[in-house]
Design a protein around this ligand. Structure first.
Ligand code: NAI
Ligand code: AKG
Length: 450
């Protein structure tokens, strides 16, 4: 369809050098072809042209002072992409690779992910090229305060509600919340992922990882399979990876790997979860420490990975849970997974598989859950946190987890039914993109040209 092609070319001309955004947009636009052919309303209302353009993009300077008294300057971003379904909602990422294109791809994915949850949340994302690695606690606090000293004027509990992402966890959310409160004199649910002491929700920390495993469980159940006693590989060792490993153990699976940007651990007997939490959540150390306490585990530094591959995906497994970062799994990794017997990939990270890897997963008809569906449990539970804040109540862990599992089951069913409706029952990329888009697009049409 030349129309989709034209919109995509326009994007490339109007937003130069935003590679990750083109990747995310191309996948969604390609998936929408059969829908656009079937329903002319989307063309008439120019929904495609409108949905790829953020409603608002904020870029700002962040000045802060390091422990040596030196002034440091970073870039800050918040993209308020689409508010058809509710207040902008999406995390904040602190990582040196952050730029306008990365935040735009994440914000774009967030629109459809949030729509798939069935909840009233629009799509947004933010971040900074600040590198938290090696920074003292005081430096982290000063940076978070400086970041919020600009962001506070753009957000609010009914406007835009940020949360965490790579490099932003409960500690950073705490420092940002403190500054927001001081500047506005308001104590309100403006951020999610808060500490349980002052407005957080039980289960939010676990939600993304648990959700990605639930998504795998439902994909597998539909094929008469289960995770029980199956070996699984997990990449990353942050929030999503840790709670993916935890839920895999709950379902009697055996997670055998985790990784960080410097290397990977292969622990044949199963990852020691308490040790991993101690290293990553408490001490904030490198994974090399893991081997000190588990001498039988194998640590492979990235310099020793086979060229052009991610060693995590060279370990034989039944299911894989990419939980680190974008484009961490390429075509060769996908081939390695399939050759070693993997039949399920559930993405905890955002866009971890390259387009060629995704094509191979779809072609081979394995159970493949794209990030915007499989990792939606995090943002869904953030909305549960917003609901508790607004009603001044606190739900039990069991209540939140029951809702989370129900939401993940619904997302699986919606994506699978939509894929079937469009003639490709195992293609959950098609199902997720069309189902997410349709909900947002129909809301945009009903709300008029705004
Ligand atoms: N935290 C959340 O609730 C959600 C997170 N996500 C996505 O999950 C992924 C992981 O995020 P979090 O666990 O929250 O972040 P985190 O900061 O807790 O952990 C990130 C992990 O990825 C690893 N990593 C980063 N860059 C890497 C690289 N180039 N190679 C190998 N490992 C690398 C880090 O070492 C760390 O272990 C991201 O793609 C994020 O956007 C998606 C939905 C919700
Ligand atoms: O909890 C949230 O609001 C956002 C989570 C997030 O950033 C994501 O889903 O990628």
């Amino acid at each position: 369809m030349p129309y989709v092609h034209d919109v995509f070319n326009y994007l490339k001309r109007s937003s130069p050098s935003q590679t990750e955004f083109y990747q995310a947009a191309e996948e969604v636009l390609e998936s929408l072809r059969p829908l656009i052919e079937k329903d002319s309303r989307y063309l008439k209302h120019k929904i495609i042209e409108r949905i790829v353009e953020p409603e608002r993009q904020i870029m700002f300077r962040i000045n802060w002072v390091d422990d040596n008294g030196e002034i440091q300057v970073n870039k800050g971003f918040r993209i308020e992409f689409n508010s058809a379904l509710g207040p902008y909602k999406g995390g904040i990422r602190f990582h040196p690779s952050v730029n306008a294109g990365v935040i735009k791809f994440l914000g774009f994915e967030q629109i459809f992910k949030n729509a798939l949850t069935g909840l009233q949340i629009g799509g947004g994302k933010g971040g900074s090229d600040f590198d938290p690695k090696g920074k003292s606690d005081n430096e982290i606090m000063r940076f978070c305060q400086a970041f919020m000293s600009e962001l506070y004027r753009h957000i609010g509990p009914n406007t835009d509600v940020p949360a965490g992402d790579i490099g932003v966890g409960a500690r950073e959310i705490g420092y940002m919340f403190g500054m927001y409160k001081k500047l506005t004199n308001r104590y309100e649910g403006v951020l999610t992922g808060k500490s349980l002491l002052w407005g957080g929700s039980l289960g939010r920390t676990q939600a993304t990882g648990y959700g990605a495993v639930y998504f795998a469980k439902y994909m597998l159940e539909a094929r008469g399979e289960s995770l029980e006693n199956k070996r699984c590989v997990v990449s990353g060792s942050g929030n999503v990876a840790i709670y993916t490993i935890e839920k895999l153990y709950h379902l009697n699976a055996i997670p055998v790997t985790c990784s960080d940007s410097k290397g990977m651990i292969y622990d044949e007997e199963g990852i020691d979860l308490e040790l991993l939490k101690q290293i990553k959540e408490v001490k904030r150390e490198r994974l090399t420490q893991y081997k000190k306490y588990r001498p039988n585990a194998v640590y492979t530094p990235i310099e020793e990975y086979e060229e052009g591959t991610n060693a995590v995906y060279n370990i034989p497994c039944f299911a894989a849970f990419p939980s680190a970062t974008q484009n961490e799994l390429n075509l060769q990794d996908a081939k390695n997974l399939l050759a070693n017997g993997c039949i399920c990939v559930s993405e905890g990270a955002n866009m971890p598989s390259t387009p060629q890897a995704v094509d191979l997963f779809i072609e081979s008809k394995i159970a493949y859950g794209p990030g915007k569906a499989a990792n939606a449990g995090g943002v869904a539970t953030s909305q549960l946190e917003m609901a508790q804040n607004a009603s001044m109540t606190n739900w039990s862990f069991e209540e939140v987890e029951t809702k989370l599992e129900e939401i993940m089951k619904n997302i699986y069913e919606t994506t699978s039914q939509t894929a079937t409706e469009f003639g490709e029952p195992t293609n959950l990329v098609l199902g997720a993109n069309i189902a997410g888009f349709r909900r947002v697009a129909d809301a945009m049409i009903e709300q008029g040209l705004v």
